[in-house]
Design a protein around this ligand. Sequence first.
Ligand SMILES: [Ca+2]
Ligand SMILES: [Ca+2]
Length: 398
Amino acid sequence: MVARVAGWDDPGRFVCMRLKDRLKFQHVSGQSFPSPGAQGRISRSGGWGLLELLLPLNHTSSDIPGQASLVFDVILLDLHNPRDGITVTNQKVPEPCMRKSIAGDFVRYHYNGSLLDGTFFDSSYSRNRTYDTYVGRGYVIAGMDEGLIGVCVGERRTITIPPHLAYGEEGTGTKIPGSAVLVFDVHIIDFHNPSDNTQITVTYKPETCDKQAKKGDFVKYHYNASLMDGTVIDSTHNYGKTYDIVLGANQVVPGMEDGLMNMCVGEKRHIVIPPHLGYGERGVTDEVPGSAVLVFDIELIDMEEGLPEGYMFIWNDDVSPDLFSEMDKNDDKQVEPSEFTDYILRQVNDGKGRLAPGFDPYRIIDNMFSNQDRNGDGKITEAEFKLKADEAAAHDEL
Ligand SMILES: [Ca+2]
Ligand SMILES: [Ca+2]
């Protein structure tokens, strides 16, 4: 059984010790073991002074004769001082450390937990996933809450926590006994704050950078994606082609929209996306862990200017006054989908009009047709066309 000894290791200093023995102790003073794991012998009549024994309930007084000197062989399991706070040792802080965690940050970390004598009790590695928590908010034991403040991404540290900042006199579960000092070796994978924005660092800016990507532009870019610990997630270079999207059209996570905004062709950026602007608490199965911070290195390869917001087609020149008859090729006084499609595509090819880049042109044209075909009979009459054209005049639209 595990026994516990408490006492004063030097004047005024109160020490609690957990001992492995057949008996339970309280109140030992006058001497301390040098370190956990040390073995020693306690004698009732020796130099231990105020030793009082609390015998287990199954002991009867007949077990110990009166006036007996008692001798115990003990192994010191751990010791702490109730006035102690946590201690942080073995720090390995990566350079550069851009920022240190503060209360309210959400930290993802790995840990190995052991008792002071080295007995292992738990590890996040065995579950193959990080432990994730807000820090400084009471979601974890007090000592861990404190030990995870001031950490850098990638940092390793050992946090030693006295029982009054861990699981107290009661302990918890089968592996953490009462009054146990806990030792956590932690590795910080990443952290973020729910108020974080996308962090953008321009790593290369071309000399001429006059056209900058904006909402509606069709942008083509390369990216390398990884987690904060360097784990590679994905790269367009693996596929040998760019990733192409319309900016502001929700085709990528909000953090990537932020990161691409105002880029010019040839520019390179390093962007860090917090999970609420990335893949959230769920992440992406087998690719992005839940609540992970993402790191992208991106390069804008090409872009095509989009149309003004809200437009899917615009005229570059003045609109022909004979639009309807130009569309109605077979002159049957109605425009069918094929006539309409042919006409719009011809305008685009001739440079007279533009479709919004990055979308399926046939889908846009279908929508335009449906918009004109008021009664939905699959044909546009001159009356339908005129009605729409009058409305559009106000909107400067077809
Ligand atoms: Ca026709
Ligand atoms: Ca119609």
